[in-house]
Design a protein around this ligand. Sequence first.
Ligand code: GLN
Length: 306
Amino acid sequence: MSLSVKELLSIGERRLVDAGIADATLDSRLLYCFMRNIDRSRLILMYQEIVEDRLCDEYFRLVDDRASGRPLQYITGIQEFMGLEFDVNENVLIPRQDTETMVEDVISVIKDGMLRGDKLENVRRREWDILDLCTGSGAIGISLAKLLTGVKTSVTCSDVSKAALEVARKNAEKLGVHKNIKFAEGDMFAPFVGGFKRKKFDMIVSNPPYIESGVIPTLQTEVKDHEPMSALDGGADGLDFYRIISRDAGNCLRKNGILFLEIGCDQGNAVKEILAKAGGYTDVRCLKDLAGRDRIIYAMLGETGK
Ligand code: GLN
């Protein structure tokens, strides 16, 4: 074929554009970097090099895979989150930037007792026992274990999916925090309540499934055909998991325990109402993501925590 890197990339880009891929230019380059195991600054210096035919074929296979709508992150097997590199596969949701905002809020509350510039009452603790409920790749819990330096923290990551927990475990090991994290398999609070299981946490943080079932067929191919449905589908009105959490979190939170929930951008009022109905939550706030949309619910359980 005798194509230069530059020529190869423009063919790749064209194929992705024709397939309707939004970030065609970037993805055509990232796929090449992935194939050669180089970073983008190195790529720029290679534009004039001639690419072996074998590598051209391999590159086109990757491009075709992406053109079919498979997310780039499932092809490369990685996604960066909070400056850390997480492994991902089809068994876990790809960590999103919106969720980083929640992790930053959690860190600010735990380290400084502050939330978006407000000093919070009754949040100071010497130790933090944190549950990342519906952990998926482990992005939230593992980032917290890694970034809450100087704070005595223990983190539990739970998920109903064994395959997801395998990914989370691998990520904890890769990022060197496997000794500080426990993993629990089971549906929502099942691993922590009933029988002799009476585990209490100081904070529960969760990005549960929250898309309305009826909206799922309208999502991009990347999401609806590739990401795990069980991580997305929040039931008819998207709120099923918030109902379960607001009903049951009290059994697993200590006094003045904190809930941090990621929500869909139009669910702020509904989730606040669900928490108000459940009762016991003394301070409930809805916080925005970087795009200025409602994205996070903060709630303190108050005296009814155990
Ligand atoms: N933020 C994800 C999306 O928009 C949904 C995540 C979730 O349901 N928890 O695809």
